[in-house]
Design a protein around this ligand. Sequence first.
Ligand SMILES: Cc1ncc(COP(=O)(O)O)c(C=O)c1O
Length: 404
Amino acid sequence: MFRVNENFAKLPGSYLFATIAKKVAEYKEAHPESEIIRLGIGDVTQPIAPAIIEAMHKAVDEMGRAETFRGYAPEQGYDFLREVIAKNDFQARGCDISADEIFVSDGAKCDSGNIQELFSADSVIAVCDPVYPVYVDSNVMAGRSGQYNAESGRFDRIVYMPCREENGFLPELPKERADIIYLCFPNNPTGEAIGKEELQKWVDYANEHGSVIIYDAAYEAYISEDGIPHSIYECEGAKTCAIELRSFSKKAGFTGVRLGFSVIPKELKCGDASLNAMWFRRQGSKYNGTPYIVQRAGEAVYSPEGSRQVSEQIARYMKNAGTILNGLKGLGYTAYGGVNSPYIWLKTPAGMKSWDFFDFLLDKANVVGTPGAGFGPSGEGYFRLTAFGTYENSLKALDRIARI
Ligand SMILES: Cc1ncc(COP(=O)(O)O)c(C=O)c1O
């Protein structure tokens, strides 16, 4: 008789955004007249930029002609895309990353969930709290956790690094063993970024302790301030201890197109084992390549027109972020983020529990956000709003919040 992977039973309830979607659907059914503004899930709303659409059309036409038709894409990604990524995202910032250290994928969610396969089953993982849930869930499924403790909201055998208001929402270096350290900056959900000096401490720690950092830079394109690293490879020594994950989802509106990449430097080794070679082997066995049309779309993001157009889109979202952040502060809320990221992390009023505030806001303002507690116990008492709506809806949401 077959047996299931019992680690799945350790996972509490459903995926956070599935729970929110269910709650909103129930509310909508009970109040069909309500006009709900969704600032919960981090999905973009602006259409794909014209230069990218043009590149996709051209690629579609190529697929329809025998001379230019393409079948399976290379597992690591086409050279044309990996070359522009290496040049624009890394070499232009002084990071010595080459095309053969880049692995094109269908997005950072899959990469951040799959990357743990490279590490031994008894590795200890460390995550920020609050955290993007995929890092924890994927390791729980792989058996790297103990049981879930409903009281603490934590899994045994996982190291949680609280990110609190008093430390600028930055984690502290772990005191206990941490083999694989997940960092995400600019951060989802707190919206806060990490400075270069601070990030350097993590790189030094990882090199000293033989840890590996999985650095999720999905929101890198939203950095607006100087002194904030766009890549962990801006830090000295990062190539021997860090993997970086990137996504085109928020950079270029590709949430439905699906494109991302992982950077695994050749210097990143455990004894004789090269993580770059292992991931190449893994992708060869389990991944059949990102579609040609999508990779041409990705290439167009770096063209002069494409990059100007995506920068304009990001500026529009960041105008929303500034409006929500300053609007909330003007209403007396304590709010963070929104400067180097599209997320605003606000303190719930009068110490309300974050799920209670979710229900309250949905009912009184018909505005959907994400309860901080859904990202981990240190998220309790906080609430995340996204800047990915329209400007009109951002204003309307604020106006409704002002009236409750
Ligand atoms: C921190 C973080 N990493 C990864 C992702 C997933 O990105 P993708 O759409 O490329 O799978 C998200 C999406 O919300 C995210 O917030």
